[in-house]
Ligand binder design. Structure first.
Ligand SMILES: *Cc1c(COP(=O)(O)O)cnc(C)c1O
Length: 397
């Protein structure tokens, strides 16, 4: 998955153009910047590639989620439904706005189960936030139908699935809003950065203003700009945007190589009895950044994961015991540990996570192993890896 594997002269050239002008900020300094507007250029190119009307670049994927929620008017007490298997950014962005994360089970797609979503809806629910984990998507059609029926916002976290599609549309462009990360380990990277996609003009204007202290960006004197609403600073810098522009050019090649490497391993593992694969919803195409598979039970899965690493098969993840991506690891959230005060009103609104039954998610995630798919592997290297994985799994089962 990581775009940093293909850094080269293209990134260097883009960054040097910014350094040569000396203008590292995306706004203002019109006369001094040699006409370089890297953030603006990236936004136009990314919106175009993702078949969306608007793109707002920001400083990270986490801030993209925050800005997306804020732009749609999510605020105190609003409930946002998110899955048990994701990255901590999901609840961080929700809590940032005083909204309430409501966590629901995943199914064998490794993303939120639409039935669990429907069961979690209350009069306070405002938004459903599926997370397209490890290169493939949630059942977006089912989720969209639920959102339409209950008048909810559909916000896709596509940070780990850039380049995947659903019903022919790029992931992140299907919902009301879509979010991406360009952090250092993502499919394309600019060091730190993120993006919000939307076709909604109002959300786009709100996002543009919110991520820059509420500036309305009208006229060409920053000091004279009006501020209709309070915002924050989630801006991206020109240096980061410049790297992103060069990486975006490489996206299609990255996706091709991922698909090639994924298919070599998958074809070998398909022949192993006891190995099954993550379900991809009908109409979906993965971005092939991970190959995700299931083993018959948790105990065997742990045994295989250990054996893979002992036999030199690197970059295989067992999320069940990983403290970043699965609810079991979020002790700080489950016990609402914060640096400052949290009102008792808010404490009472928060889901009692220690008392909620997530055994359905446990049953899926305890049997899951995800192999990262690297771009830089040669065909020969992938073949060797695939055969090694097969041998290790067979001997462990
Ligand atoms: C990486 C990631 C994020 C957050 O992105 P950052 O740029 O690191 O803040 C959010 N959600 C998911 C699913 C991610 O993988």
């Amino acid at each position: 998955m990581p775009g940093f594997e293909v850094f080269g002269d293209e990134e260097r050239k883009q960054v040097n153009e910014v350094l040569d002008s000396g203008i590292l900020m995306r706004y203002g300094f019109d006369g001094m910047r040699n006409n370089h507007w890297k953030a603006k250029e990236f936004e136009i190119a990314f919106a175009d590639r993702m078949q969306s009307k608007h793109c707002q670049l920001v400083s990270s994927g986490t801030s993209a989620l925050t800005v997306a929620l804020a732009s749609a008017g999510i605020g105190e007490g609003d409930e946002v439904i998110m899955p048990t298997f994701t990255f901590v950014a999901s609840f961080e962005s929700i809590l940032m706005l005083g909204a309430v994360p409501v966590i629901v089970d995943i199914d064998d797609t490794l993303t939120m189960d639409p039935i669990a979503v429907e069961a979690a809806i209350t009069p306070k629910t405002r938004c459903v936030m599926p997370v397209h984990m490890c290169g493939s998507m949630a059942d977006l059609k089912a989720l969209k139908d639920i959102c339409i029926t209950h008048n909810l916002l559909l916000l896709e976290d596509a940070c780990q699935a850039l380049g995947g599609t659903y019903e022919g549309k790029p992931l992140g462009s299907y919902g009301d809003l879509g979010c991406f990360s360009f952090d250092f380990v993502k499919t394309i990277t600019c060091g730190e950065g993120g993006a919000v996609l939307t076709n909604n003009d109002k959300y786009a204007i709100n996002a543009d203003q919110y991520q820059d202290h509420g500036h309305d960006h009208i006229g060409n004197d920053r000091g004279e700009e009006a501020h209709l609403y309070m915002g924050y600073n989630f801006r991206i810098s020109e240096l980061n945007a410049a790297v992103g522009l060069a990486q975006l050019e490489k996206l299609d090649v990255i996706l091709q190589l991922q698909k090639r490497n994924y298919e070599i391993i998958r074809n070998v593992l398909e022949t192993v009895e006891g190995v099954t694969f993550r379900r991809v919803p009908e109409g979906g195409v993965e971005n092939y950044s991970f190959l995700n598979f299931f083993l018959p039970n948790g105990e065997l899965t742990q045994k295989v994961h250990k054996a893979l690493s002992e036999n030199g098969v690197d970059a295989c993840f067992y999320w069940y015991t990983n403290n970043w991506h699965y609810i079991d690891g979020w002790e700080h959230l489950r016990n609402l540990k914060t640096l400052g005060n949290v009102s008792s009103k808010f404490r009472n609104q928060i889901q009692k996570l220690n008392e909620t039954d997530f055994s359905k998610s446990d049953a899926v995630i305890s049997r899951t192993i995800s192999s990262l798919i690297k771009i830089g592997w040669t065909v020969e290297e992938v073949k060797v890896r695939a055969e090694k994985m097969k041998a290790v799994i067979i001997s462990a089962l």
